[in-house]
Design a protein around this ligand. Structure first.
Ligand SMILES: [Zn+2]
Length: 125
């Protein structure tokens, strides 16, 4: 049931994305170990490099609320085909849980992956 709520939240926040340049909205809903959900959407900037992805936006929301134990994230981008998190977002998510579940939402199916499947060589020192 929580997974369904997580996916619905990702789709809901996707509609709030600020994407005047790419018109590529993405929503992410991040589930904490304590059962809270934090949502984020991509926010673009005229200086493209300042754009923040939905996944990192959700992480920022959670950290600001004092949460840092994450168990899963749902990502809804282009619903016609899977929108996997970018490498930067995977690295940021790995900072908190290297084995968290990642749900990729499309119109036809939900793809479930483990973070290490998408980023097998996580940067660390
Ligand atoms: Zn990203």
């Amino acid at each position: 049931m929580t997974d369904e709520i997580l996916i619905k939240k990702a789709l809901w926040v996707r509609d709030r994305a600020y994407v005047p340049y790419s018109n590529y909205p993405v929503g992410a809903a991040l589930l904490t170990e304590s059962g809270h959900i934090f949502c984020g959407c991509n926010v673009e900037n005229v200086s493209y490099g300042l754009t923040i992805c939905a996944e990192r936006s959700a992480v920022v929301q959670a950290i600001a609320a004092g949460q840092k134990e994450f168990s899963a994230i749902a990502v809804a981008g282009d619903l016609q085909k899977p929108s996997f998190p970018c490498g930067a977002c995977l690295q940021v998510l790995a900072e908190f849980n290297k084995t968290m579940t990642i749900y990729i939402v499309t119109d036809k199916k939900i793809i479930e992956k483990n973070l290490v499947e998408l980023l097998p060589h996580i940067f660390s020192f």
